[in-house]
Design a protein around this ligand. Structure first.
Ligand SMILES: [Mn+2]
Length: 340
């Protein structure tokens, strides 16, 4: 059974979820506000249903999202602690994952114990995928918006304040604070519902975006003074090296949002980040203002994502990867400029 369809049959989805008594919620490594917020949104609903439910992620909770964790609901996967519980689960729900390998070790554990997996996501997945239930809505601004749809469908009472805190966080972060082209009426409806239950939304904003570490600011100073422009400034790119990370004493989450920042430059249509992971691979991040799609370039490099926000992991050393990726990206954007 697979529900890889748009619009989604929430009735069929609800039957699967209602039938499960024990459920694990999870999201991709290095989780963002959408994955975490979606988990939180559904978690409190399932708790009300007296389900045996836990949120277990591969990565620890980033500090700027600690406001979601007042009840200590986020656990970091440890096979010694969790496998005994996981092996008897009825259902795993994975949010916002894009690619199942991005739950890392948890994917192996889930497969080993042969647990049914429901994928709830707004990233594209091939029709032939490894999920028992594939719930994908490419038009959803955030996975959290899909959780909102589900709770609206399934609940008799209003969505709880605890759930809305997560759903709002998911929506706010995946729309760049209601600025990106994916922002739609539903995002604002979620904002209204959130304000109506008395959540101070500006505090969510402050926790996430006005909490920069000094390492992040130091890193920013480094890469901003060394931006590279191609195609008369339509393409801007930069790299973050392991040395820069080390000098700034930065962690991975300090890099979040850098590509969006570069896209904000006047005349730049596509921004590209090359983030050195080690000596043999780099993470590539694309952001487009909306004139030129970029997930085709990410696909070509073995990655994927949304039309205007995509990424890939490319093997090779920094110099080789940079040369290759900039060349492919510039060629692709130039081709699209001709067609415009
Ligand atoms: Mn998302």
């Amino acid at each position: 059974m697979n529900f890889n369809n748009t619009p989604i049959d929430w009735n069929a989805v609800s039957k699967v979820i209602e039938n499960a008594n024990s459920l694990m919620l999870t999201t991709h490594e290095n989780p963002d506000g959408d994955g975490l917020g979606a988990e939180c949104g559904l978690y409190y609903h399932l708790k009300e249903q007296i389900k045996d439910v836990r949120i277990i992620n591969y990565s620890p909770l980033p500090s700027q999202y600690e406001f979601l964790d007042e009840d200590k609901i986020f656990e970091c996967y440890d096979s010694k602690i969790h496998d005994d519980w996981i092996k008897n689960l009825d259902l795993v729900i994975v949010f916002d994952v894009g690619d199942f390998v991005r739950v890392r070790d948890l994917a192996d554990t889930i497969k080993r114990f042969d647990i049914d997996v429901m994928n709830i996501d707004h990233h594209p997945h091939p029709d032939k995928n490894s999920f028992e239930y594939n719930i994908v809505d490419l038009s959803a601004a955030a996975t959290g918006c899909m959780v909102y749809d589900y709770l609206k469908f399934v609940r008799e009472s209003d969505i709880s304040k605890s759930s809305l805190l997560g759903i709002y966080t998911a929506t706010m972060t995946d729309t760049g604070c209601f600025r990106h082209s994916n922002t739609d009426n539903k995002c604002h409806e979620i904002a209204i519902d959130t304000l109506n239950v008395g959540i101070e939304t500006h505090r969510i904003y402050q926790s996430i975006y006005e909490n920069s570490t000094r390492s992040r600011i130091k890193l920013m100073g480094g890469f901003l003074s060394n931006l590279q422009y191609e195609l008369n400034g339509a393409l801007a790119w930069f790299s973050i090296t392991s040395d820069m990370m080390k000098t700034a004493n930065a962690s991975r989450s300090d890099v979040d949002g850098f590509t969006d920042m570069v896209r904000s430059i006047s005349g730049v249509e596509v921004a590209l980040m090359i983030f050195q992971q080690d000596n043999s691979s780099c993470r590539i991040n694309f952001r487009s203002k909306g004139k030129y799609i970029v997930n085709d370039i990410a696909n070509e490099l073995g990655g994927g994502g949304h039309v205007f926000a995509a990424g890939a992991l490319v093997n090779g050393n920094l110099n080789d990867v940079s040369r290759k990726v900039v060349k492919i990206t510039a060629a692709s954007v130039q081709e699209k400029m001709k067609g415009n």
